[in-house]
Design a protein around this ligand. Structure first.
Ligand SMILES: CC(C)(COP(=O)(O)OP(=O)(O)OC[C@H]1O[C@@H](n2cnc3c(N)ncnc32)[C@H](O)[C@@H]1OP(=O)(O)O)[C@@H](O)C(=O)NCCC(=O)NCCS
Length: 174
């Protein structure tokens, strides 16, 4: 009897893991198999306040990027991805420009190394592929290159300075 209950509980756990991995975000760090975050996509006006919250915390406050450089005319013409936690609070951002550049990939510090950045990046890559782009390009902060390499991006050209931070161009063929 106890053995059957154990088997049933185990099957439910395996089933939930399969569903979560396919459709929603789960944290590798946490032992819980419940979804811990969700992704939304849309135009700037739909998610502006939430995207501003994340990018202000990560780029303006944490990385000291000047406000004038952080906010530009490309937000209005980009497709945006927003990650939210189970309470609907914003935790991550990314954008895809019409010319295939991915940028502003950011995850709030307490949420890093839990797959949120990867989910945001994959969403932007999938969107570019779906609209027929042949490749995606980004300017990676040099320290973050392993994150993008993990997703198949390859570096090209020399390092250059952007907002006082060393960057390199990276590209992924779709
Ligand atoms: C870069 C950033 C978006 C990554 O987001 P994240 O949610 O932590 O990334 P993930 O958990 O999906 O990481 C996936 C993989 O990328 C690699 N990676 C991620 N962060 C890394 C780091 N700091 N150093 C080395 N490898 C890293 C690892 O291989 C990781 O897999 P693992 O955790 O199983 O080892 C996040 O660190 C961030 O917001 N940084 C501040 C903003 C920024 O600099 N953005 C990049 C601008 S170019």
């Amino acid at each position: 009897m106890t053995g059957s209950i154990l088997m049933l509980a185990l099957s439910a756990l395996v089933l939930e893991l399969g569903i979560d991995k396919a459709s929603r975000g789960t944290s590798n760090a946490s032992r819980s198999m419940s979804p811990t975050f969700h992704l939304l996509t849309g135009a700037w006006p739909e998610h502006e306040a939430a995207l501003r919250h994340v990018r202000h915390a990560v780029f303006v406050v944490e990385q000291a990027v000047p406000v004038d450089l952080e906010w530009d005319e490309y937000d209005a013409v980009s497709l945006h991805a927003l990650a939210i936690d189970v309470d609907g609070m914003p935790i991550g951002s990314a954008r895809l420009l019409p010319d295939g550049h991915i940028g502003r990939v950011a995850v709030l510090a307490p949420w890093r190394r839990r797959g949120v950045g990867s989910a945001l990046l994959r969403t932007m890559i999938d969107a570019a592929r779906a609209r027929g782009d042949r490749n995606v390009v980004l300017n990676a902060q040099v320290w973050a290159m392993p994150f993008y390499a993990h997703h198949g991006f390859a570096a090209e050209g020399d390092a250059f300075d952007e907002a006082g931070i060393a960057h390199r161009t990276m590209r992924l063929a779709l």
